[in-house]
Design a protein around this ligand. Structure first.
Ligand SMILES: Cc1cc2nc3c(=O)[nH]c(=O)nc-3n(C[C@H](O)[C@H](O)[C@H](O)COP(=O)(O)OP(=O)(O)OC[C@H]3O[C@@H](n4cnc5c(N)ncnc54)[C@H](O)[C@@H]3O)c2cc1C
Length: 496
């Protein structure tokens, strides 16, 4: 056992929340250390797998320019950003979490979303408008929808690279392949971290520790224990390193559990994707264009309202619905009318895709599926579409089906124009929702209801913010906002 120098702040984790905490701590603390469990080549946690989309509240383009000062006059002229006010962000958080989101933490998340992204920009992270993913081109003008206008240049890899460079520039030490094993406590105060590095156990002393080590989604045993039976069968969309370590060590130190422990963010994901994420593919195994088509399960039946809401507000809860289907998979079915609207992720080579020139031919290629029932289901669906309502992807168009067991509420296109396409998907888990209880200073709260001196937390491993569902792009904003707060609180020794 080697005992190391005392650091002012030690951060456990090497993703977005961790680096925001480190950069913030370094504004007033001298010795800041980031412990990243992963080797450098695959470091950066789930943050590196993202598209870098960040949800921020803005009243118009002038607000957005605070995060994206490089927006040119021409780009502004070609874009209709609309607004996404704090009230809208708060409403979205309330609605999708069924009003369970912690009101104090949610208010901080929303109110500091723009200023935090602006702060990141000042640290050297570059952002651009999400024209490719979050805007429809209407008559030459890009109309943004769904509250997501900002993305990091270079997506998740660009974000992690930018944060890492900024950390190095600010004198922050980074140790890769350094797994935190547990917290060192003296009289209930956190005094450091036990670390496994090069197969040696080290004791790293610290005045304060920030936990930003992600959720428990990469551990099949924890998934099954907390999310429920069947969750060991889900694929992990991102890093293999988020196995609940940060949560476990805090609970062992007396922290309170908070939030939706049986809930998680999970999406439609390529059926034959590997067990964990692949950085070369990133988020492209996801299949998010289901609002323009229909789902069919192994019994040949539809099972969910594909058009209940904009994709941003349904995609994170539909992975669970797919996991519950026989064989834990489903087909997404489209016709040629919507082919141009399918997102880029449908064009990668690692897709399980079937094509037919008739519906009969398509259905005959759906393996592991009741093909006769699938054909009947598509035909019944076609007959039930309210065709007099025009299709409009920019609004909830009300083009729905009638009198089906499972109706589709919007964007109900008939599936009648060949060639027809089917894509096989399963459930890909993104992150677990349950975690540690924190206050608005990002101090970890004990089971006695008091802050644990010297312990702070941010990002995926915090519970209480997301329940049941999640508004797209909130994960990075959440990590950044509370990472920044945690770093500042830890550096000033708040609560110790
Ligand atoms: C494919 C995919 C796409 C996504 N797209 C988006 C998006 O566009 N926008 C968005 O907002 N969110 C997105 N998300 C969600 C987003 O990734 C997370 O909400 C966010 O990155 C969490 O940040 P974090 O810093 O808390 O965790 P992470 O970035 O996962 O970082 C956790 C870190 O802790 C490290 N670690 C774990 N255990 C230990 C230990 N014992 N010791 C030391 N280090 C440890 C890990 O190696 C990792 O570096 C996406 C997620 C995935 C998987």
């Amino acid at each position: 056992m080697t005992v190391h120098d005392t650091y002012d702040v030690v951060i456990v984790g090497g993703g977005n929340a961790a680096f925001c905490a480190a950069l913030s701590a370094a504004e007033s603390a001298k010795k800041v250390l980031v412990l990243e469990r992963a080797p450098e080549e695959v470091a950066g946690g789930n943050s590196r797998f993202t598209a870098g989309l960040m949800r921020v509240a803005y009243r118009g383009v002038e607000d957005l320019k605070r995060a994206m000062p490089d927006l040119s006059t021409d780009e502004v002229a070609r874009s209709d950003f609309g607004t996404y006010t704090e009230e809208q962000f708060l409403d979205d958080m309330g609605r999708v979490t069924e009003y369970r989101c912690d009101p104090d933490l949610t208010e901080v998340l929303v109110k500091q979303s723009l200023s935090t992204v602006e702060w990141m920009r000042k640290k050297g992270i570059r952002f651009t408008a999400a024209w490719g993913r979050q805007a429809f081109n209407i008559g030459g003008k890009f109309k943004f929808w769904g509250g997501l206008a900002v993305e990091a240049v270079g997506g998740g890899p660009g974000l992690v690279e930018g944060l890492t460079n900024a950390a190095k520039k600010n004198g922050i030490e980074i140790w890769y392949q350094s797994r935190a094993l547990g917290l060192m406590l003296e009289d209930f105060s956190v005094k450091g971290v036990k670390v496994r590095k090069n197969n040696k156990t080290l004791e790293v002393r610290a005045k304060a520790v920030v936990l930003a080590a992600g959720g428990f989604q990469a551990d099949p045993e924890w998934r099954t224990r907390y999310l429920g039976p069947g969750w060991e069968l889900a694929k992990v969309r991102g890093t293999r390193f988020n196995t609940g370590d940060g949560i476990r060590m805090a609970l062992e130190a007396g922290a309170a559990a908070a939030g939706n422990w049986s809930g998680c963010h999970a999406v439609a994901w390529e059926r034959n994707a590997p067990e964990f994420g692949d950085l070369a593919v990133g988020d492209q195994f996801q299949k998010h264009s289901y609002p323009w088509g229909i789902y069919i399960n192994a019994e040949g039946r539809r099972f969910v309202d594909e058009g209940a809401d904009f994709r941003n507000y349904t995609y994170a809860k539909y992975g669970r619905v797919i996991l519950q289907q026989p064989g834990q998979f489903a087909w997404q079915i489209f016709d040629a009318k919507v082919k141009a609207q399918l997102r880029d992720e449908y064009k990668i080579k690692q897709v399980t895709k079937r094509v037919g020139h008739t519906l009969e031919e398509l259905c005959s290629k759906l393996e592991d599926t009741d093909q006769a029932q699938a054909l009947r289901e598509i035909q019944d669906y076609n007959l039930a579409v309210h065709t007099e309502v025009p299709f409009n992807p920019n609004v909830k168009d009300g083009r729905c089906t009638r009198n089906l067991k499972v109706n589709k509420s919007n964007w109900a296109n008939t599936i009648d124009t060949p060639p027809f396409e089917a894509y096989a998907v399963t459930c890909g888990i993104t992150f677990s929702f349950g975690g540690l209880k924190i206050n608005t200073d990002a101090q970890v709260i004990s089971t006695d209801g008091e802050p644990i001196p010297g312990l702070y937390a941010a990002g995926e491993l915090v519970g209480g913010i997301f329940w049941f569902n999640y508004p797209g792009g909130s994960g990075l904003t959440n990590g950044a906002v509370f990472g920044r707060i945690a770093g500042a609180s830890a550096a000033r020794g708040h609560g110790s």
